[in-house]
Design a protein. Structure first.
Length: 386
């Protein structure tokens, strides 16, 4: 008779410390009993670029929400004394000594008689110390609460972190204010295009027949139209007497009109593939309505693609608004967005003599890259079992 081996016989015993198993064994046990959300979070946190992109976007949106507080000046305040002034350097010391208090040198305007233009020269004898939570230009937070407290500023003298524009307005404050428009127009536009894409693609792929034929022919017409010329034509058709709010929503709708077509075609293809699966049949037998089957069973089955589509559509909207405003066909002054700020750098003369006018373009690039990195991490985390 063969002997029955004792449980664990022939296997090396798991080493144990004074308090029990080794830490990595406990971690493995937690991994096998973790929920899907815990697995998704664990996989997302391992994507370092996604974490960095999410942190950058969080900072951007905090600045956008409280732009009045983070700005150093009123965006409409101009100064004839500081026109096209270059950015000031924040210092912590010089040949006279070092310290922990940041400061900027005072600035004096001098006329360059050789180039026939004004230049600004730092005065090392006068320091303007940067203070936090200072009282500056009054504002209304979100147009409701009156306040004058700002994050940073100086009590006397000039303080322009990113320089000034052709009217002597602070470029840093205008970039902070512009982030509210540029970042929010991406979210609003993506929400509209996502709802349209999932709805039209779901109807087309789930029902088929005549609804499918009508929707797909309409999508083909939209895709065949040249996007930029059509955007330009529709934006130019907006009435010039419209206010800021109407123009904002009109630009958002224009950008959303074409963003949903590609998503709708992909959703249709996925639903054609999945609508005959067993879990769909089981949902029908259980009495689920057709709308709930699409929304609660079919769409979540390819959530990873939908997440990627969302995160890539936001920078697409931001770039679209930036391009229209840069061409003068989007948002109009006094509304500020990253695109309207870049409009001042259209000519070579401005780029050569005043390169700091291109700083808003850096924020556009950083925001687009952050959204792409975040989408890459969310795509991997949405399907943690792969």
């Amino acid at each position: 008779m063969s002997e029955i081996a004792a449980p664990g016989a022939g296997q090396a015993p798991r080493p144990a410390g004074p308090a029990g198993p080794v830490p990595h064994a406990v971690e493995d046990d937690r991994y096998f009993v973790a929920s899907q959300w815990q697995l998704m979070w664990r996989k997302f946190t391992r994507h370092k670029l996604a974490i960095a992109g999410g942190a950058v976007l969080a900072v951007f949106y905090v600045f956008a929400m409280f732009s009045e507080f983070f700005a150093t000046h009123d965006i409409l305040k101009h100064s004839s004394e500081f026109v096209f002034m270059r950015p000031q350097k924040i210092r912590f010391g010089d040949e006279n000594g070092w310290g922990l208090r940041p400061f900027v040198y005072d600035v004096q305007k001098v006329v360059d008689r050789k180039a026939f233009r004004r230049v600004y020269v730092e005065d090392p004898e006068t320091r303007n110390y940067i203070r936090f939570f200072v009282h500056g230009d009054p504002y209304k937070l979100w147009g409701i609460w009156e306040a004058d407290l700002r994050l940073a500023g100086v009590e006397e003298g000039a303080f322009y972190l990113f320089g000034t524009d052709k009217l002597g307005r602070d470029l840093y404050s205008r970039i902070v204010y512009a982030s509210r428009i540029s970042l929010s127009i991406g979210l609003v536009g993506v929400f509209l295009s996502f709802v349209l894409g999932c709805t039209m693609g779901g109807i087309s792929g789930y029902y088929g027949g005549k609804p499918d034929m009508i929707i797909q022919r309409g999508i083909e017409i939209l895709i065949s139209l040249p996007t930029i010329p059509l955007w330009m034509a529709l934006s130019a058709a907006l009435p010039t007497h419209w206010g800021t709010l109407k123009t904002y929503f009109a630009i958002t709708i224009i950008l959303s009109m074409f963003g949903w077509a590609g998503l709708a075609r992909v959703v249709r293809g996925k639903l054609l593939e999945l609508r005959q699966q067993d879990f769909v049949t089981a949902a029908r037998v259980a009495g689920r309505g057709e709308g709930k089957i699409v929304a609660l069973h079919l769409l979540p089955s390819f959530m990873s693609y939908l997440i990627v589509s969302l995160t890539l559509a936001v920078p697409y909207m931001i770039l679209g608004e930036t391009a229209l405003s840069f061409l003068g066909l989007g948002l109009r002054p006094p509304v500020v967005s990253w695109g309207t700020l870049l409009k001042d750098a259209q000519n070579v003369h401005a780029v050569l003599l005043h390169p700091w006018l291109l700083i808003p373009g850096i924020f556009v690039v950083v925001a687009v890259l952050a959204f792409n990195f975040l989408g890459d991490g969310l795509r991997d985390a949405a399907d943690p079992y792969k």
